[in-house]
Structures are given as C-alpha cells and as structure tokens.
Ligand binder design. Structure first.
Ligand SMILES: [Zn+2]
Ligand SMILES: [Zn+2]
Length: 300
C-alpha cells in the first residue's frame, strides 16, 4: 500500500510562498494497492494534479473515490479531474448524502449553472454513485474492505477504515470528536470514532487547530486540535498519526510548530506513536511491522 498526499489543506486552497512545504491544495489522498487498484479519499483541489499524473500513464483510469462529505473543500477538484472527461475511465464515487439529498444530486449540483459552465453529464467517463452511511462496508477484490462511520462534523460526514491484508488505514478528516454531539449525530460519539481507528497502522486525522485557537473562538466549527487527534490515536492504539486538514491561516512554520508540539506531547506521555504532518507530494508506505517510509516524489 502506498499513500500519497495531493491536498492537505483545510477549508480553502491556500497557494503561496508560506504554504510551499505542506501544500495549499485541499483534501485529496491517493492510496495505491499492490494489485494496482486506486482508491482516492476526497476530491479537494488536489484531485486535479492527481488526474494529470494518472493520464501520464498508459491505460484507462479506474478508481474508487471516497468522499468524507460534500463541503466545498472536499469536492471542488472533481470538475477539474481530467480523466473524468475521457471515455474508458471508470469512476465509482462513494460517500454520504445529506437528508433527502442524495450523494449524486449533491455532487452533480456543483456543476449546474450558474456555478459551473459544463454539466456533469458532459463527462465521458462511466461514473457510478454509491451512497454510504454509518456501518457501510465496501468490499473490493482481494479481500480489501472499506468500512465507514459517522464522525462529528456539521452535516453527515464519514470516516473510513481501509483494511488491506491486515494493514489498516483510517481516514477521518473534518471532525470535532470531543465537541458537543448534535442530536442528529448521536452516532458520532468519541468512542465510535476511536473504533474506526482501532489499531490503525496509519491514522490520517483532522488536526486543524492549536488548543488555544480552538478554545478562543472555534468551538463547534467541526474540527480538531492536534491534542484531540493525539487523544483519538492514543485511545485507538494507532501506530502512526498523520496530522491533516491544516488550517488555511497556518504557514509552513506554524505547521512545523504544531507537529513538534504533538511529538513533544507523545514523548511526555511515554507513547510510541509516530507523528507527522501531511505534506503535499509526500508518499508513505504504512506496512505492518515496518517503520514508516516517507519520501517525496517530484510533482509531475
Ligand atoms: Zn474540510
Ligand atoms: Zn467540512
């Protein structure tokens, strides 16, 4: 399993000189399995560059695209995903609906006029929608499974637990696990979130704020501090924690400070969790019983 980050930024894309190292594109994570299967988590603005990279290789693009939810920063890359306009591409888009609005209606809605010049049916790819919810289990070839569970965020937001030959990757972005749980979100209790991440080899978790920022003015906005992220990782016995969905106001230097503070908290608690911050262009190889391999690939 290889994991590559194409977008790590929360809320809105933030290109510029202060975000060069961790990246300015919004959420998009590529997971490539041994058999070549392609899974994508979220379709933020990072999806565009992933699409360009996919077209550099011969053969049709086939992918399962798991959406955590349909806030802008998680779907805006889809209209700019070049393989979607090419016949022969097969795209399965999976994720939650919102009340009576189906996933398909929400995703196609962002390409309606006056929001976008082309309708989604202008895409030549074969596109299937699969609506997921609490406790859905998607079975892929070779015993690969993806389970989904509701996390605490405004609107229905799903976390995903991918299991491949005993290696577990949990992707839980956009959540405030220890904030007030809305009545309609009774499934989004912290224990539920911990269960999604239990014994994860790699936990990619929202860590948008510092505790100071959170308590000053951001309670109830649906995001975590790095200490919340660590708390989930600790309770779940996750082996590696990747801080994700960086606040748009945080510079590279501030993200450096946040990951250093999280690592210091890990040392202080006597834990062995490996912790790093998601950086655009970085590739991780989270195999069980091996140290985490991190390397940076040149952007194509
Ligand atoms: Zn987001
Ligand atoms: Zn969101």
């Amino acid at each position: 399993m290889q994991v590559r980050f194409w977008g790590t930024r929360g809320s809105i894309a933030t290109p510029g000189p202060t975000t060069l190292r961790y990246g300015g594109n919004t959420s998009c994570v590529e997971v490539r399995l041994e058999d070549g299967a392609l899974l994508i988590f979220d379709a933020g603005t990072g999806l565009r560059a992933l699409g360009q990279a996919l077209l550099a290789h011969p053969g049709p693009v086939r992918a399962h695209l798991f959406l955590s939810h349909t806030h802008w920063d998680h779907i805006q890359g889809l209209p700019f995903f070049p393989p979607a306009y090419i016949a022969g591409t097969e795209l399965t888009i999976l994720g939650p609906g919102h009340g009576r609005l189906t996933l398909e209606k929400i995703v196609t809605g962002q390409m309606r006029r006056p929001y976008f010049p082309l309708p989604m049916h202008a895409m030549a790819a074969k596109i299937n929608f699969v609506q997921l919810g609490e406790g859905s289990v998607v079975e892929l070839p070779n015993g690969v499974t993806v389970e989904s569970g509701v996390v605490n965020h405004p609107g229905c937001t799903l976390g995903y637990r991918l299991t491949v030959n005993g290696t577990v990757l949990t992707y839980t972005t956009d959540n405030e696990p220890f904030g007030d749980v809305a009545a309609s979100q009774h499934l989004a209790q912290p224990s539920h979130h911990v269960a999604l991440a239990r014994d994860a080899d790699l936990l990619i978790q929202d860590a948008q704020y510092t505790p100071e920022e959170y308590h000053q003015s951001r309670v109830g906005w649906g995001h975590s501090t790095y200490l919340d992220a660590l708390h989930i990782a600790q309770q779940a016995h996750a082996k590696r924690l990747v801080l994700f969905h960086h606040d748009p106001s945080h510079t590279d230097a501030e993200v450096d400070r946040i990951v250093a503070q999280c690592q210091a908290a890990i040392a202080q608690r006597g834990l062995t969790i490996e912790c790093l911050s998601a950086a655009e262009g970085h590739v991780l190889e989270p195999f069980r019983r091996q140290a985490l391999v991190v390397h940076k690939q040149a952007t194509s």
